[in-house]
Design a protein around this ligand. Sequence first.
Ligand code: G3P
Length: 237
Amino acid sequence: MKLFLDSANLKEIDEAVSWGAIDGVTTNPTLVAKEGREFVPLMKEICERVNGPVSMETVSRDAAGMIEEGRAFAALHQHIVVKCPLTKEGLKATRQLSHEGIRVNVTLCFSPNQALLAAKAGAYFVSPFVGRLDDLSQDGMLLIQDIKTIYANYRFATQILVASVRHPIHVAEAAKIGADIATMPFAVLEMLVKHPLTDAGLERFLSDWERLPPEAKQWKASAAAAPRGKAGIRASR
Ligand code: G3P
């Protein structure tokens, strides 16, 4: 499963990229507004930092406006994927833009029937918001399972991009279901790394290491003197 960062914050994006953790970025008007920067330059900077799809959301309510924005956004950088809402106007825009070869991420998806329509309109990604369904005591991950079943039944090419991810269980469940992508805030990505047993185990390793006499621990001189083996192959072979 691919992991995307759901953020327009360059520091978060750079950090996530440095881990080799992310395959793309998703943004939306709320995330962009949080940065308080000019929209287009910010999105172009994000595209330069990530070697993968970057979702850039339209802000018109009518298809004509979304199409005009989508064409302009797609022309900014090859990484741009245009985001349109799952409305009648958004579906019209998705159909037209996809016919022009412009990738569209259809967002704000909350039902299997909406996902079916997104695929029929030619969506490249569909973004079902699992967290917001959970907030209403509905099962967000059940929606992902339903979409996966429908798309498999009819061999739709649209990729399932699980969004509104709130915690690591959403990520693990999405992977078990076979979603194509999960996009998440940086805080959730950090949670994926953490486990108390990892931290405790590392402390135990390093405290045991400290008990070695100093001469046994100094490795640089020994390494420098050892015959040069190929990286990853034991020199003594
Ligand atoms: O990409 C959609 C995501 O940003 C929405 O997340 O937590 O506002 O439901 P949330």
